[in-house]
Design a protein around this ligand. Structure first.
Ligand SMILES: CC(=O)SCCNC(=O)CCNC(=O)[C@H](O)C(C)(C)COP(=O)(O)OP(=O)(O)OC[C@H]1O[C@@H](n2cnc3c(N)ncnc32)[C@H](O)[C@@H]1OP(=O)(O)O
Ligand SMILES: CC(C)C(=O)C(=O)O
Length: 557
């Protein structure tokens, strides 16, 4: 078969028919219950399953940021998994409001051992699963529907039996998952879940978690949402059922599946931080939580130091988080391209203006920012790295860097002038220019002088200079004008909006644009005094004027 014929091996998914679906009109207005399965589904997918130290660090992170339900492993998988559960219980490391959970297949000896491993836990959920999809019934288990249902029923009976024996007096919950739910006939999933409930007999003080995985994602998120709405309508004892979902991400739509399923009636979501997990991963809990946050819905999990979360997850999983991973990737608050940088810069100007008008801090203003769905500061990032300079940048990006890093707010015409310098340098270099390099170019071009800056002296005609004063007052402006007028320089001053700390500590910055020989040349002075800064700025500008300047300006300049 030729490569182009391979597609014929695949067939479309047959969706459930639910024409009167209501989920598309829903809104997500509150956070669901979350379960982190980083220590189970995440861990079981790693080339190197987590060592006890890595597991503990992950557990502590999950607790610290606010997860209340944590699947701590598959205790019968290995001695390490078992010992970790015992360590948490025996060293009393499970906070009062946290439920641990453990997964087990529907096999007698494994259920008994798993429940024993949970002995003494203050709060524990036993999570039982068996695959219910036709492919698995035929290929993996060699079972018909009745036998498959019976496996789930027997498993639940065993859980009941061993739980009563081992966990008497403790807080115990039961969870059942029909694995491959999304590929299972809807009526059969329901039949199995009802049979499981007949055994467990859920009630208000004995609820059940029914968890519906897209074990391998195979269809559209909307199809999954229909399946969940159908269950929500048809499950009996609904008030005693927590309808949970466990999306994977094989088609890259795990987050969408989870969100649409929430609209359709799901009450609880299982996933992993940064989408770790089997194959293309489990649904990403960070993305889901931050999506809610960005709509003004509190996810109940603290993502305010997202880099710490990412660093810990990377350390525990020994897998890097992609730099473009939503919300937590290194590059997701950074723009390299000119028009994005321009819009962001204007967005920040607008934010500051609005805050000043309202007499509030910028943190209290609504976040309405081009290209940035959330304020980087809300996840512990700074503003400096929002803009990075390459050949794709323009004047606004360059101006942003000079302002955010160095407190220098360049006049618009100077921004254009300097952007051309930066552009040719970026093209020459063929790579990103660091903020330090941008500053270096600026200094070289506009601030430093080749020789001593003496008193400007115009040999013939007059030079018109517009001085943009930052950190200087009216008095300084008058003194500067008086000082330069006798040298043939007509000064017009423009005050920049007051800066608390222009140019990182200097008292004054002056941007001078001088009309020399029919063209505009810029010079910049940074000095402890406004007068000193102005003299430097004009001196540099005139010197940069080159041959034309030489015609009107005395040679010692
Ligand atoms: C979708 C998910 O993520 S499910 C979770 C998967 N996670 C893991 O498997 C990680 C931990 N697992 C393990 O350490 C091991 O697989 C163990 C300890 C559970 C079992 O180990 P073993 O019995 O030695 O081997 P193995 O996993 O190959 O056993 C598969 C057997 O269990 C059966 N089985 C698989 N899943 C289930 C289930 N949920 N309920 C009952 N039986 C099951 C298989 O049909 C197969 O039976 P067979 O031997 O009669 O053909
Ligand atoms: C055990 C179940 C919930 C699972 O991990 C899956 O189906 O992906």
């Amino acid at each position: 078969m030729g490569a182009n014929r391979a597609v014929e091996r695949y067939s479309d998914f047959t969706p459930l028919v639910l024409p009167d679906r209501t989920w598309p009109d829903g809104r997500i207005s509150s956070s669901p219950r979350w379960l982190s399965t980083d220590l189970r589904d995440g861990n079981q997918s790693l080339a190197n399953p987590m060592s006890p130290a890595r597991k503990l660090r992950m557990f502590e992170l999950l607790v610290d940021i606010g997860y209340k339900e944590i699947e701590i492993g598959f205790p019968v998988a290995s001695q390490d998994d078992h010992d970790f559960v015992r360590l948490l219980i025996e060293e009393d490391r499970i906070p009062d409001d946290v439920w641990i959970s453990a997964l087990v297949p529907a096999r007698d000896e494994l259920i008994e051992r798993t429940i024993r491993s949970l002995s003494g836990a203050p709060r524990a959920t036993l999570h039982l699963y068996n695959a219910t999809a036709p492919l698995f019934r035929r290929v993996v288990f060699g079972m018909d529907r009745a036998q498959c249902k019976d496996l789930a029923v027997r498993g639940t009976e065993l859980v009941k039996k061993y739980a009563e024996k081992e966990l008497r007096g403790g807080n115990f919950r039961f969870q059942y998952s029909p694995e491959l739910f999304n590929e299972t006939e809807a009526d059969f999933s329901l039949e199995v879940c009802e049979a499981v409930m007949d055994v467990w007999e859920p009630s208000s003080d004995r609820p059940i978690i029914l968890n519906f995985p897209t074990t391998v994602e195979r269809s559209l998120p909307s199809v999954f949402a229909d399946q969940i709405e159908w269950l929500d309508r048809n499950l009996s004892r609904r008030e005693h059922v927590c309808l949970s979902i466990h999306p994977h991400n094989d088609r890259g739509t795990g987050v969408a599946s989870a969100e649409l399923a929430l609209l359709a009636g799901a009450q609880r979501i299982e996933g992993c931080l940064f989408g770790n997990g089997e194959r293309a991963g489990n649904v990403c809990l960070v993305t889901l939580g931050m999506n809610m946050f960005s709509h003004g819905v509190d996810p109940g999990v603290d993502f305010s130091d997202i880099d710490r979360i990412r660093d810990t997850v990377e350390w525990c999983n020994e897998i890097p988080v992609h730099p473009r991973h939503p919300y937590g990737g290194e590059l997701v608050y950074t723009s390299f391209s000119g028009s994005h940088q321009d819009a962001i810069k204007k967005g920040f100007d607008d934010l500051e203006r609005g805050a000043a008008e309202d007499g509030v801090s910028v943190d209290e203003r609504p976040w309405l920012m081009p290209y940035l769905p959330v304020d980087p500061k809300d996840v512990g990032r700074t503003y400096e790295a929002i803009v990075r300079i390459t050949t794709q940048s323009g004047k606004s990006g360059v101006a942003y860097v000079m302002s955010a890093w160095y407190g220098m707010r360049l006049p618009k015409e100077l921004q254009k002038d300097f952007a051309a310098v930066v552009q040719s340098n970026a093209e020459l270099l063929g790579s990103e220019l660091s903020p330090e390099r941008v500053r270096e170019l600026f200094e070289k071009e506009y601030v430093s002088s080749d020789g001593p800056v003496g008193e400007p002296y115009v040999a013939g005609g007059r030079v018109a200079a517009t001085l943009h004063l930052d950190g200087a007052g009216e008095h300084d402006a008058r003194t500067i004008g008086a000082k330069l007028a006798p040298w043939g320089i007509d000064v017009r001053t423009v005050h920049r909006a007051a800066e608390a700390d222009p140019a990182g500590g200097a008292e004054a910055v002056v941007y001078a644009d001088c009309r020399v020989g029919g063209r505009t040349v810029w010079g910049v002075g940074v000095d402890a005094s406004a007068v000193g800064a102005a003299l430097s700025a004009v001196g540099v500008a005139l010197r940069r004027g080159g041959r034309e300047a030489a015609a009107v300006v005395a040679p010692h300049l």
